[in-house]
Design a protein around this ligand. Structure first.
Ligand SMILES: [Zn+2]
Length: 182
């Protein structure tokens, strides 16, 4: 796990109770209103990312279309929606970002991460999966949704200094350790 982030340093600028408008008190992950008893908990947001490789064992990256980290390389994936399980969310994200449907993928790694967006910090819990695409599927890849482009990188030439999030860099380092020796 990354230790360079302080626990509970999440930037979440809620100051007043949405029910009674008195000042909120914050105790680490919970906002409390002493006046009316209102409680609001901060929870990590689950996300997914997929290490997709082709027949040559190159890895697929997408270029982020939007902040945070616009223009940086990312693994395809995203936030889990309400009423979705992780498998459904993986398939949906890959379909939206790459235009293909993946059926086989397996769990590989997880780490938490901090996602800063419009003055608020969200802590994500990133679940990283691995999958393969066939030569036929490769022809149908088409970047869409929040990906502007995609590219394949050889395992020894991953764009580590331009990869959007530390959790993904950690997953790729682990992946490289395992598959370099295969
Ligand atoms: Zn209140």
């Amino acid at each position: 796990m990354s230790t360079k982030f302080k626990k509970f340093s999440l930037r979440v600028p809620f100051r007043f109770c949405p029910k009674c408008r008195k000042r909120l008190r914050r105790a680490e992950r919970v906002f409390i209103c002493k006046a009316c008893g209102f409680h609001f908990y901060l929870n990590p947001a689950p996300t997914n990312a997929v290490i997709i490789r082709n027949a040559e064992h190159d890895i697929l990256f997408v270029k982020r279309a939007f902040p945070p980290k616009k223009g940086w390389w990312d693994l395809p994936g995203g936030f889990v929606d309400f009423y979705e399980n992780m498998e459904t969310a993986v398939r949906r994200e890959i379909r939206e970002e790459l235009g293909i449907t993946i059926t086989k993928f397996r769990y590989f790694f997880s780490d938490y991460n901090f996602y800063h967006y419009k003055g608020i910090t969200y802590q994500t819990l990133d679940f990283v999966f691995v999958a393969r695409v066939s030569r036929t599927q490769e022809k149908y890849l088409k970047p869409g949704d929040d990906a502007v482009d995609f590219a394949w990188f050889a395992l020894d030439e991953l764009p580590m200094s331009r990869i959007s999030f530390p959790s993904l860099r950690a997953a790729l380092r682990r992946y490289r350790q395992i598959y370099r020796s295969v």
